[in-house]
Design a protein around this ligand. Structure first.
Ligand code: ADP
Length: 633
């Protein structure tokens, strides 16, 4: 959990953090808070009404009252119990429904909205990723952070209502006097009232402090390693299916079991040897027990005081249950409030990470120019002496790249893995800004355009593109509402036509089986074709295909090339590949090496330049093809 516990946050800060967290919940989903408050209030008050009528009933019976009075009290007791029962279950159902529907979804939405609105370079920054992982871990570990605040709020409402109900039912314990002349009349002395109140406050403070101290051991405990180990060893095979195949193939479960066993023996959240287990057997458990003992001792005093007053004739014997119940509720309510203050303090430390993350600013400059929609698609892009380092690294991923794309041209970007091809595309799409140099659209720095407007110019298939477990048609259109005819036509042009006819529900067939039992699992190559159809559907003036054939077999690859002209039409296409044979048909080829453009030109010219990088790569790959298929391509 990597907490810096040494510096205790001032209480003012604790309250400021908590207020802010509460406001976040309120803005995101007020109904979940209202339902929780109503449920806790009803729950806290529910014992008091039956308690009151039970006392009246017992008093009526014990005092030898009239039968009518006894029956009335009995009827009231039953009626109040029934009403309270109905209210409780209605409130509980509402709260539970709200909690299930909104607690985690709201949490997720808060963070996903942030992740999606952040500058991409910040999402990618390892520092921010570590921060987000920490927030997730804390949430999974013990529900701390924003989520805890919602629970603390619910508890606080319960405690406050419990105190109010208890005060209403216990005031008369102190105001009803023992009749003068009774040997117990000394109980009327104001000192007795003061003493009882002092005991109440003392026991609440002592029991609360002991309980908070016991709880504070959780904050001292760093469960990160245990939690990571637990998630890794127990959930990975389920949540990450591709790892599941590896685990089976190489029988890695033995390794996992060994490691999990070692984890349980050592410092883990779950093993008996962990420090938390040792503390629970020692001081943590002792404090929790002492806290309970103090509360029980106070209960003994209440019984004594109330019993003596009843004996002295201050009230009927039935009222003893009412007062004892009410005062016990009062003590519990106050103890809970104290614990809540302790929890708010501990939680503020975790809220701090949360706000560190939510407050990451969007530093990327956003201009206001619009990229006019040109019917002639005359958009010109120029890289002017662009260099780039990824955040947190010291090496240049791109160095002094200068390049101009002519409209309607097919440009191939080739080079070995790690030579900077994808980085070049990421800069083109402004996922990052250049560290040095500038990128121009029609002669103007791309930073001066509105970002969303600029992005509309590009249709990109990234190498690690992802389709969603949603209907096929929606994947193609990247939208819920879409033009079905156009989606089908795009799939046809991308080479998916035949497969579409085999899909059980056509465009409405769900991809993958996460959400639909009759969803269809698709191969890597089929996914590529759907991604290409998505490019076509978007119809942007620039098409970028990053290694589009990596997942395709040679036949399917050849199919993509023959369709490429059809796909590209009058658009400007940038085609990235490390397979040179894939790029021959492009008008211009840029050869990347160690982040630099080392050669640029047409295939034949590049191949003729002896000793050039292109020729070296070509020869190496031709050799590979010769071995594989018995002839160079
Ligand atoms: P290519 O697409 O040609 O395989 P990349 O553009 O992905 O190459 O990578 C270029 C260089 O930048 C490589 O050295 C790679 O390790 C580095 N790199 C790529 N992505 C990141 C990242 N997110 N953070 C840090 N370095 C990265």
């Amino acid at each position: 959990m990597n907490k810096q516990k040494n510096e205790r946050l001032p209480f003012k800060t604790v309250m400021a953090y908590s207020r802010r967290g509460f406001a976040i919940w309120w803005k995101a989903e007020p109904e979940i808070l209202i339902a929780a408050a109503v449920q806790r209030a009803v729950e806290a008050l529910s014992p008091f009404l039956p308690l009151y009528f039970t006392a009246r009933l017992v008093n009526a019976i014990a005092g030898g009252g009239e039968a009518k009075q006894v029956w009335t009290m009995l009827a009231l007791l039953l009626a109040s119990t029934a009403v309270v029962g109905v209210l409780r279950s209605a409130a509980r159902r509402w709260d539970e429904t709200m909690r299930r529907a909104h607690q985690w979804p709201t949490w997720n939405r808060i963070f996903f909205d942030k992740l999606l609105s952040m500058d991409f370079c910040d999402v990618d920054d390892p520092k921010n990723q570590a921060l987000f992982t920490q927030i997730q871990q804390v949430r999974q570990w013990n529900g701390w952070g924003l989520n805890k605040l919602y629970m603390i709020f619910s508890d606080a409402v319960g405690a406050v209502f419990r105190i109010l109900g208890a005060v209403a039912l216990s005031v008369s314990l102190f105001t009803l006097p023992v009749p003068e002349g009774s040997p117990l009349a000394w109980l009327n002395h104001p000192g007795c009232l003061a003493g009882m109140l002092a005991l109440l406050v003392g026991s609440v403070l002592a029991s609360g402090a002991l309980s908070n101290h016991s709880y504070s051991y959780w904050n001292k405990y760093d469960g990160t390693a245990g939690n990571r180990g637990f998630s890794f060893f127990y959930f990975i095979a389920m949540e990450e299916r591709h790892r599941g195949t590896d685990i089976r193939t190489y029988a890695q479960d033995q390794f996992l079991e060994n490691a999990a066993h070692a984890e349980m023996q050592g410092e883990s959240s779950f093993g008996p040897a962990s420090s938390i287990a040792r503390w629970a057997r020692g001081p943590m458990g002792a404090c929790a027990a002492a806290s309970g003992a103090v509360s029980q001792a106070f209960m003994g005093v209440i019984y004594l005081f109330t019993g003596l007053k009843a004996l002295g004739g201050a009230f009927g014997v039935g009222s003893v249950t009412q007062y004892v119940g009410a005062l016990a509720g009062l003590a519990q309510g106050f103890t809970r409030l104290l614990e809540i203050v302790g929890n708010l303090r501990a939680n503020a430390e975790y809220l701090k990470f949360t706000y560190d993350f939510l407050d990451i600013p969007n530093n990327m400059y956003q201009g206001s120019l619009t990229t006019e929609k040109r019917s002639d698609r005359k958009y010109e892009i120029e890289f002017r002496d662009v260099s780039f380092k990824y955040p947190g690294t010291d090496t240049w991923a791109l160095r002094h790249v200068s390049m101009k794309f002519d409209v309607g041209e097919r440009l191939a970007v080739v080079g070995e893995n790690g030579s900077g091809k994808t980085t070049f595309i990421k800069l083109l799409c402004r996922l990052y800004d250049p560290t040095e140099g500038e990128i121009l659209l029609n002669g103007i720095d791309i930073r001066k355009y509105r970002y969303d407007n600029y992005l509309e110019l590009f249709s990109v298939v990234f190498q690690d593109f992802k389709l969603l477990a949603q209907p096929l048609g929606q994947n193609v259109a990247a939208s819920i509402e879409y033009d079905r005819e156009r989606a089908a036509e795009c799939l046809e042009r991308a080479g998916f036509g035949q497969r579409l006819t085999e899909m059980p529900k056509g465009l409405d067939t769900c991809l993958y089986r996460e959400f639909e039992e009759d969803g269809v699992e698709i191969s890597g190559g089929e996914a590529q074709k759907i991604a290409l159809a998505r490019v076509l559907y978007r119809d942007a003036p620039f098409i970028v295909l990053d290694e589009p054939t990596a997942a395709l077999d040679p036949e399917a690859e050849a199919e993509v090339y023959t369709r490429f002209n059809d796909i590209v039409e009058d658009k400007t296409a940038i085609y990235i590949s490390h397979r040179l044979s894939s790029c021959r048909f492009c008008d211009e080829i840029a050869v990347f090496d160690h982040g630099q453009v080392v050669q640029q030109g047409k295939h034949d010219d590049l191949l003729a330049a002896s000793g050039g990088k292109y020729q070296t790569l070509w020869d190496a790959q031709a050799q590979y093809y010769q071995k594989k298929s018995g002839g160079a391509q």
